[in-house]
Write a protein that binds this ligand. Structure first.
Ligand SMILES: [Zn+2]
Length: 375
């Protein structure tokens, strides 16, 4: 995770704040203190407006947290695991361990968030009603919270994946058709349509002079578009690699290099000749490590002649490895996350082969292009 601060734990779920959250916190506070609260009463002093602005802004983010917490608690209740909740520039996100395995579960988990927002909105509205003739500053905070929470619920209920409404749509189609892939496809197409409309709307706002709102709208649209695309692709990958094992995709006739070889020789005789990106380093029949194009690139060219593979290789202690029976989908996620291009396949301390990320990707491309399993 990039710059994020750990706030604490609620119900065993770790709460993080991403550094991008500061931007939206500043923006919301500034709008509240500079426009909203002065509009409630023009005679309030500057300091009061800022105090109310910061308070309302913090309560707004507590509302976003409550929204995510209710998704999370329902997910846990349905037998899932929640790793953490992170607040960031576009609101909050709960990292739920596994996607729900039944449409009804997804429906309930997705619906819980907007429901919490509606509940907070109604309660805030009631507090505003009770206090608006007693204390206008206090009532103004809750008036804002009522509006923003209802808006949050309405926005999240827009039926475009991965918004909550899109998940509800997906769960509904999934429940009726029993076809998760079709359901995800329709929900993500509708997610892209929503994203496109937001971008269009944002552009309109910019032309009518509301530049900041317009840019903000375009940003959200762009974020949604990417999320809709990647969540569908994620499902396709998971589907295509179902029941594919590492041993199905690994190569077994791989070249090895001795640790004493110079980098110059490695480049000339192996990398350029074999067009491979990485080689296992073997000495006395045992694996000593792996050397990759990336390790070579880190070394200046003039030192290639007098540096050996032993100096730059990833040694066996630091080496990531997989077993022939491992799930190819899980391994692909690991390789991508750690930016590893190839990984040795080891069974009972013996190297059985090498699995290259490109081989998994090629398999995937073939599979998704042809729409059939190739093995
Ligand atoms: Zn939600």
């Amino acid at each position: 995770m990039r710059n994020a601060w750990h706030l604490g734990k609620i119900f065993g779920i770790k709460i993080y704040i991403d550094s991008s959250w500061l931007i939206i916190f500043a923006l919301v506070t500034w709008t509240l203190a500079g426009q909203y609260f002065p509009s409630q009463n023009q005679n309030w002093p500057l300091l009061l407006n800022w105090f109310l602005g910061i308070t309302a802004s913090l309560l707004f983010f507590a509302s976003v947290l409550a929204h995510e917490l209710s998704h999370s608690l329902l997910a846990i209740h349905q037998g899932g695991k929640v790793k953490n909740i992170t607040l960031f520039i576009f609101g909050g996100v709960a990292q739920i361990g596994e996607e729900p395995d039944k449409p009804l579960k997804e429906f309930i988990i997705a619906f819980a968030g907007p429901l919490a927002s509606i509940a907070i909105g109604i309660i805030s509205g009631a507090i505003w009603w009770f206090f608006h003739e007693v204390s206008l500053p206090l009532a103004s905070i809750f008036r804002y919270l009522a509006i923003i929470n209802i808006a949050l619920a309405v926005f999240n209920l827009i039926p475009g994946f991965p918004l909550d409404g899109g998940r509800i749509l997906r769960a509904t189609i999934w429940g009726f058709t029993k076809n998760l892939k079709l359901a995800t496809r329709i929900a993500s197409i509708s997610g892209k349509v929503v994203a496109f409309l937001l971008i269009l709307w944002g552009t309109r706002l910019i032309f009518s002079g509301l530049t900041l709102n317009g840019i903000w709208m375009i940003f959200i649209g762009w974020f949604l578009y990417n999320a809709a695309t990647s969540s569908y692709r994620h499902l396709l990958v998971k589907d295509a690699l179902r029941e594919v094992r590492v041993e199905d995709l690994m190569i077994t006739n791989f070249d090895t290099v001795p640790p004493g070889l110079s980098i110059q020789q490695l480049v000339d005789d192996y990398i350029l000749r074999h067009r491979d990106r990485g080689f296992l380093v073997i000495e006395g029949g045992l694996v000593q490590g792996i050397v990759c194009l990336e390790d070579v690139k880190k070394m200046p060219k003039e030192r290639w002649g007098n540096t050996t593979i032993r100096d730059i290789m990833i040694t066996k202690n630091q080496l990531e490895k997989v077993s022939p029976g491992d799930d190819a989908g899980v391994v692909l996620a690991k390789l991508t996350a750690k930016n590893i291009h190839q990984i040795p396949v080891v069974q009972e301390n013996r190297v059985k082969g090498i699995l290259r990320r490109n081989d998994i990707l090629n398999y995937l491309q073939l599979h998704t292009d042809l729409g059939v399993k190739t093995n």
